[in-house]
Design a protein around this ligand. Structure first.
Ligand SMILES: Cc1ncc(COP(=O)(O)O)c(C=O)c1O
Length: 404
């Protein structure tokens, strides 16, 4: 029996691979100083690790541009604010979807309320899929930005990003993809998918710690810096340097966070290489993700099938073999989701996430707001059969008690 059965990987993955903890510890003790600012050896070592991580992430995400266009931030929220506020100007139009997280919805709402920016919010079908034709129909001559969530953090629906990318490419708009729920799970080739700006957070599927995220900005896309300050280079200049990454990175970066991402990248590559040490980083990671994704899909399909068979349980989102990630939301009868979450925790040590998941628009569309949202289960790579059995036991026991 475990102390906790962790089903909140969509919020943050836990645990992290062992080499992530070990490398962060060793790096913090030996080299975690301000990178690049000073010329001493420790600063050079820190800078080398940061640069190596930009290169690893560029390969991981299929980006063949200059790795300096891999910019670090605090998290996806920080990146999305940087990208949205740094690209949109008064008079512009932007398109988002109802599947977005508040890290997109709120910047769009603030811009709409406070400035001269118009926003179109694209609806989803009942299973949580966006129709690329709806995006085509919403494009206007002044559409500056299309922001879409690769996979829903509520329903797990996985969008056809290549199809949306082709539609956006017909316009002048910048195509921004939020990969929070897919990076480190679903192989992503930024160029093949037509992504102009890829936003990632470090602490979910990428298996880094909290406090690190980033964005990869395609050549030709120039984001206005919204936060300016020290860069350690060109200090005499009164303004933020134009060059990436300094353009979007002001202040001391999270070197411990970047070290965690660095170790996690190598962990993926190691897993993917197996016996075949000749595989390069991109191909090794792609192979690792096939393994990670297959394992997570097994878990989620097992949960979905079991939950669907329980009287009184409503399962939201994709059915059958529809494209998805390992995130699943349910409700039991009309019980408030937070009550169910609290009971699953108290009686079965299940760590789930009840509520609106910072994605209110999709809860409005699914009709779950009155019920305080839904109860989300998100297994991860380290979930095992015991966790799955516990989740099924918990939900079936509670549903039976409620239906009695
Ligand atoms: C789809 C999506 N976008 C954005 C975010 C925000 O990520 P962070 O909290 O790391 O900024 C999340 C986190 O839950 C998410 O699931």
């Amino acid at each position: 029996m475990k102390d906790n059965y962790y089903f909140d990987n969509a919020a943050t993955t836990w645990p992290k691979p062992e080499p992530v903890y070990a490398f962060m510890d060793a790096f913090c003790r030996g080299h975690a100083v301000n990178p690049g600012r000073a010329g001493h050896q420790m600063a050079v070592d820190a800078e080398a690790m940061v640069t190596e991580t930009r290169h690893l992430l560029a390969k991981f995400f299929g980006f063949s541009g200059n790795p300096h266009r891999v910019c670090f931030s605090l998290n996806a929220t920080d990146s999305l604010n940087t990208v949205i506020y740094g690209l949109v100007s008064p008079g512009d139009h932007m398109i988002i979807t109802c599947l977005e997280h508040n890290s997109v919805i709120r910047p769009a709402n603030h811009l709409e309320r406070d400035g001269d920016v118009s926003v179109t919010r694209i609806g989803a079908d009942g299973q949580g899929y966006i129709d690329p034709d709806d995006i085509r129909a919403a494009l206007q001559p002044n559409t500056k930005l299309v922001v879409i969530n690769h996979a829903s953090n509520v329903l797990g629906s996985l969008q056809d990003i290549a199809a949306v990318g082709r539609v956006v490419a017909e316009s002048e708009a910048v195509f921004v993809v939020d990969t929070c729920q897919t990076a480190g799970v679903v192989p992503i080739d930024m160029e093949a998918l037509g992504i102009d700006v890829l936003v990632f957070t470090g602490h979910k599927g990428l298996f880094g710690p909290m406090g690190i995220g980033g964005m990869i900005v395609r050549d030709g896309v120039e984001i206005r810096p919204t936060r300016v300050g020290g860069t350690g280079v060109d200090s005499i200049s009164p303004f933020q340097p134009d060059d990436y990454p300094f353009r979007l990175e002001a202040g001391t970066p999270s070197v411990p966070g970047i070290a965690g991402l660095n170790a996690a990248q190598k962990w993926f590559a190691e897993m993917g290489r197996g016996e075949d040490k000749s595989l390069d980083h991109a191909r090794a990671c792609r192979r690792a993700l096939e393994n990670v994704y297959a394992s997570e899909l097994n878990h989620i399909n097992e949960l979905a099938d079991a939950f669907r068979a329980i009287d009184g349980v409503k399962v939201y989102g994709p059915g059958g073999n529809a494209p998805r990630v390992a995130t699943l939301s349910i409700n039991i009868d009309a019980r408030p989701a937070d009550q169910i979450g609290a009971m699953l925790d108290a009686d079965f040590e299940l760590c789930v996430r009840p509520g609106l998941h910072c994605a209110p628009l999709i809860h409005v569309e699914q009709g779950t707001v009155e019920q305080n949202g839904a109860v989300r289960f998100s297994p991860g790579y380290f979930t095992d059969g015991e966790d799955i059995a516990r989740a099924i036991e918990g939900v079936s026991t509670l549903a039976a008690a409620i239906n009695r």
